[in-house]
Each structure stands twice: as C-alpha cells, then as structure tokens.
Design a protein around this ligand. Structure first.
Ligand code: BES
Ligand code: MN
Ligand code: ZN
Length: 499
C-alpha cells in the first residue's frame, strides 16, 4: 500500500473515498463540516436519516455523492467532542475506519482523521498510527492457498495534513511506513509454517536483509563454529533435530564507529515440540510461532535500515528446532554452557533459555551499551499478564523505564515483573550449577532468573512475548509485536544520543 500526505483533501480529483470523523450528537469535525457545505448538507441529512450519532468507532458508508469528485465517503464516530480522545480510542477509530473502507470497492482514499485531537499526541504520532493500522489491517497470509485472491482492493491512502503540520506529518509518514513494512515482514515470517520456515530459512532471510542497506551486514555461525565456542546449551537443543541450528548475527553500523552497540537477542525456535518432554498435541501447531522473537529482531533491522537511524545495533538470533529424537536432550542430562556454568535439564521443553543463555554470553564480545532479549519464553507469562502486555524483567531500572515508555508511545505495551533474588533459589540443582526449570510458581520470573545468570556483565532487559507475539483462535496469526516497541526504543535512543 502506498501512503502520501495531502494538504487540500476536498480538492482532490482522482481519489475514490473520503474518510471523515463525526463527533457525538452530530457534531462536525472541521473537514466533515467543509464537505457538508460542499455537498449542500448531504452529511447532515444522512446522519440524521440513518441516526448515525458519532458514537466512538461506529461507521456509516455513503456510496454515492452527487456532483462531487469523490465517489463515496466513510463517516467514523469519534465520541465526545469536549475532550481529546485517548490514544487507544484513536486507534479504535482508525481500525473501524479501515474495516468499513475494506467493505467498499474503493482502491484509494483520503483519510481526514489525523485532525482529531488526541491526548498528548502530535501530528507525527497521529499520522504514523494511520499508516500502521491501515497497512496492518490489510495484511493477509495467502501465499500457500491455491487460487488465493486478496480481498483487499486498496492501493493508495492520502493523509490529510494542514500545511502547518507538514513537517510533523512527514516524520510520522516515514516512521509509519518503515514500521508497517517491518511488522508485515515479521508477520510473514512468523505465519510461515515450520516446514518452510526452518533455521536455514531464517538465516537466508537475514542474509537477504543485509543486501538492502550498506550499513547492514549478516554473518551466520554454523554448528561446528558454535561447538568451538563451547555453546553446549544451545547445541544440546538442536541435537534432537534434523535441521542444523544457526546463530544469525546482524550488524547495523549507522552510528559513530566508537559508540557501543545496542544488542537485540531473539529466540528463534522454528518449532517447539517440547523435545522428550513432549507437549500435548492440542494447539501444538502454534509452536511454529516460537521463533517470533527472532522474526521480530529481523523486522527491527528492516525498520532500522529503512530509517537509517544513527546507531550501532547488533542482532543475535539463535535458531533451532526442539524435537523428540534418539539423540535429543533427556530429562536429567547435564550440559556445559559457553559461560562454563553447568545446567541440569529437568524439562527439555524449557529449551528457549538454553539457546538464549549461550547467545547472551556471546553478546559480551560486542561491549554492549545494553542487551535486550525477546522470547516466547513461558506459558506462565500468559497466565500472569494475559495477552495484552509483554512481560518485562531486567537488571537495570533506567533501561526498563525506557522500554516501558517506548511501549506506551508505540501502543505496544510491556509490564514489569520483579526479578528478586529470592526466586533464584528455585533453580537449585543437586547435580549441576543450576536446573533449567524453577517449578510451577512464578514461571516467567524464574525463567528470567535463569537468563540473569548469563547477563551479569551488562545492562540487560528481557521481554517475554509469549502472550503478545501471535493471536490464537479464529483470528490466529502473528501480530508483529514487539517490533513497534523496539523500533520506538531505538528512535528514542537515537534522539537522546544526539541531544
Ligand atoms: N515456547 C514455550 C513457551 C510458550 C508456551 C509460549 C505456550 C507460548 C505459549 C517454551 O519453550 C516452553 O515450553 N516453556 C515451558 C517452560 C516450562 C517447561 C518450565 C512452559 O511455559 O510450559
Ligand atoms: Mn518449550
Ligand atoms: Zn519454546
């Protein structure tokens, strides 16, 4: 989909559909009032006839406009006019608008909704949301259906922007397009089935990314190189799979050569059957999504290279399958991690932390400014927080605060859980330095405690995205989260570094 800014929406001669906001009690927004005058009160007449009162998120489609260049018009309710609407409600309005628009045959539309006052948000933010939500709502994964015909007819959205706000609008447009493309890239990878999206496939996608941008390069570590580094925890997981593990290393050098990089680590389990501690079969297909952390890291690099941010960022994606096999990990096995610490594998289904711990140790060699890992790590996170925020844990309050704030701005929220030392006791093993599970109590926290033992030498935060990376049920599909959160974090970071 293409997006552009337009300063005089009413004068356009070639756009199909106009999207206008209407407040409760039939109160006009500025653009709807203008259009109403232009059409001799058509809007007033129709909203009264069809009792469209501007309730938040309600829509009314007008499919014929006499004597006007626009073919049709979608009216969207904005709720009460007496105060700015909340960010969440603005997103609801946009979601309803694009839904109504996609129910028309329009191929192009002008969106006038950015004129709506939104609490604490400027034109850049409002414009970016239009791009993210409109493009996000048009995503379909149809490549693997025979004779798939997309139901999406839209190709172009013009966003109405007053002349005085053009500068902000441009910022929002650029960021929105980069983000929407990155989220789409991540969703596509994540929705791909495990027999196609293997560790080698992820590695190829990462290599292809670096061809788009001169500042971006990709390296792939193979199993023999990981063995040389002593990555015994990571390799113990892939031993049970016919697919060789890969460690993807993305290097984006957009900043000063001497500035330390931000390191992003994404869990890339392309299928998690649980191993010998086999998962129950119901819903096991969703474990193709166990690589969403890795797919999001790749997505963030796609956004980075589109935005050309003045930062140095390293992406590390350990990728493997977790399968039952004659050579797979067995409960009770003890492995030696790259850090030298030994791990008793009491449950082979707690494999994410095994591939992450060696990658975190590997991250040390980059002298990171901060390290952020993202992983579909624990079902317990869904029990604790549901499917709205991602779980956040870390050893650095300032870093966690920055992630919380980026999550709010990007509408991709996180919620912090404690990482108190009391929980560390649950990882005691009688036979090794630690066990890989901490029992049923506080499973998200003990998983993070495990990772913290490999993150002592840098500022570190962990995002548990088990509840947020994809949706289950009849809406089953990847969300692209936390690409918006992390991209916002990097944008904020580069703004602060330049000031
Ligand atoms: N990938 C899963 C976590 C998961 C499960 C994410 C369901 C989303 C939905 C992870 O590898 C896993 O299996 N974790 C175990 C840990 C347990 C054995 C300590 C879990 O959550 O059950
Ligand atoms: Mn598992
Ligand atoms: Zn897993």
């Amino acid at each position: 989909m293409e997006f552009s800014l337009i300063t005089s929406p009413a004068e356009s001669t070639h756009i199909d559909c106009l999207i206008l906001g209407i407040f409760e009690n039939h109160r006009h927004s500025q653009e709807s009032s203008e259009f109403n005058t232009q059409t001799q009160g058509l809007i007033d007449n129709l909203i009264k006839r069809d009792s469209f009162d501007g309730t938040l998120g309600k829509t009314l489609t007008i499919n014929f406009i006499p004597n006007h260049t626009y073919q049709r018009c979608v009216l969207v309710g904005l709720g009460r006019q007496d105060q700015p609407i909340s960010s969440k409600n603005y997103r609801k309005v946009l979601t309803s608008a694009i839904k109504a628009l996609n129910n028309t045959p329009a191929t192009s539309a002008t969106c006038c909704l950015t004129e709506t006052p939104v609490e604490n948000q400027n034109y850049a933010w409002k414009t970016r949301q239009v791009v993210e939500i409109f493009q996000g709502s048009c995503y379909q994964f149809g490549d693997l259906k025979s004779n798939f015909e997309s139901t999406i007819k839209l190709t172009h959205i013009a966003i109405a922007t007053p002349k005085d706000n053009l500068l902000d609008g441009e910022i929002g447009l650029t960021q929105g397009i980069a983000l929407a493309n990155a989220v789409e890239f991540t969703k596509n990878l994540a929705d791909s089935p495990g027999n196609i999206c293997t560790p080698s496939h992820l590695a190829e996608k990462a290599l292809a990314l670096s061809e788009q941008n001169n500042h971006l390069s990709t390296d792939i570590l193979e199993e023999d190189e990981m063995a040389e580094l002593g990555m015994g925890a990571l390799l113990s997981v892939s031993r049970g799979s016919r697919q060789p593990a890969k460690l993807i290393i993305l290097n984006y050098q957009g900043g000063k050569p001497e500035s330390n990089p931000i390191v992003l680590v994404g869990k890339g389990l392309t299928f998690d059957a649980g191993g010998i501690s086999l998962k129950p079969s119901a819903g096991m297909d969703e474990m193709k999504y166990d690589m969403c952390g890795g797919a999001s890291v790749l997505g963030v690099f796609q956004a980075l290279s589109e935005l050309n941010l003045p930062l140095n960022v390293i992406g590390l994606v350990p990728t493997s399958e977790n399968m039952p096999d004659g050579d797979a990990n067995k409960p009770g096995d003890i492995v030696t991690s790259m850090s030298g610490q030994t791990i008793e594998i009491l449950n082979t289904d707690a494999e994410g932390r095994l591939i992450l711990c060696d990658t975190l140790t590997y991250a040390e060699r980059f002298n990171p400014e901060v390290v952020i890992d993202l992983a579909t790590l624990t079902g317990a996170c869904i029990t604790a927080l549901g499917r709205h925020p991602s779980g956040l844990l870390g050893n650095d309050d300032a870093l966690c605060a920055d992630l919380l704030s980026a999550g709010t701005t990007a509408c991709d929220p996180v919620w912090r859980l404690p990482l108190w030392e009391e929980y560390q006791d649950q990882l005691k093993s009688n036979f090794a330095d630690m066990a890989n599970i901490g029992g049923p109590a506080g499973g998200t926290i003990t998983a993070a405690c495990f990772l913290s033992r490999f993150s002592k030498n840098f500022r570190w935060a962990h995002l548990d995205i088990a509840g947020t990376a994809w949706k289950s049920g009849d809406q089953k599909g990847a969300t692209g989260r936390p690409v918006p959160l992390l991209t916002q974090f990097l944008i904020d970071f580069s703004n602060n570094a330049c000031n």
